[in-house]
Design a protein around this ligand. Structure first.
Ligand SMILES: CC(C)(COP(=O)(O)OP(=O)(O)OC[C@H]1O[C@@H](n2cnc3c(N)ncnc32)[C@H](O)[C@@H]1OP(=O)(O)O)[C@@H](O)C(=O)NCCC(=O)NCCS
Length: 181
């Protein structure tokens, strides 16, 4: 049986995305600068609400988890665990974006999703597709000795196994998170 998802991780609160998050998602995801290496969404809150409605169906089926992260009342950002496949034991980490006004939270957003994938969903391999020039995102994955599974249209398909994650997790935590909480 699945454990109840955490509502706190590494000093950040996390909650599943609701319709009320649409305007905050649009504000970040419609910025051409912030979304240079990911899909830029239209500046249209109604369309985003429709997208969230569809997402909620996937969430109900256990296929997709989209988290809003906050520090006290300040919005920190959004990130997803998508394409959850219990048979294969895999998922993808996607839609990772942080409020540029908040520093040093990217690593906490990432670690919290690895923990959920491996400890709460009991998966054993986590995937991501990251643009080859997105150094800010890639450097985090490279810390975990991610394997390069392939390259497609300028994106690197990377993966991290549960074994590799637990070899590195403590040193990553000490280096990028411990002193910040
Ligand atoms: C991807 C993203 C969430 C990563 O967050 P981040 O930029 O690392 O931000 P943080 O505030 O956590 O890190 C800031 C500092 O922590 C340090 N740091 C933290 N983790 C680090 C790591 N794993 N390796 C190196 N430095 C790290 C660095 O000193 C960094 O300072 P710098 O930005 O001046 O180099 C953020 O860059 C973002 O929102 N990008 C736009 C959207 C996007 O491209 N998403 C990814 C799609 S795959």
């Amino acid at each position: 049986m699945l454990k109840k998802l955490p509502n706190e991780a590494y000093g950040l609160s996390l909650s599943l995305v609701e319709i009320s998050d649409a305007s905050d998602i649009v504000a970040l995801r419609s910025s051409p600068e912030l979304t240079k290496y990911m899909v830029t969404v239209e500046k249209n809150v109604e369309k985003q609400e429709e997208w969230i409605n569809e997402y909620k169906k996937r969430e109900q089926r256990g296929e997709d988890l989209y988290f809003a992260y906050r520090q006290k009342d300040l919005l920190v950002g959004f990130a997803r665990i998508s394409h959850i496949n219990y048979e294969k034991g895999t998922c993808s980490l996607s839609s990772w974006i942080k409020n540029p006004a908040v520093q040093s939270v990217g690593s906490r957003m990432l670690l919290s999703r690895f923990d959920i994938a491996f400890e709460y969903l009991n998966l054993n391999e986590v995937h991501a597709s990251i643009h080859k020039d997105n150094n800010k995102a890639l450097r985090h994955w490279q810390c975990f000795n991610c394997s390069l599974e392939g390259k497609e249209n300028g994106y690197n398909n990377v993966a991290i196994s549960i074994e590799e994650y637990y070899k590195i997790k403590d040193s990553y935590y000490k280096k990028f998170i411990k002193n910040l909480i």
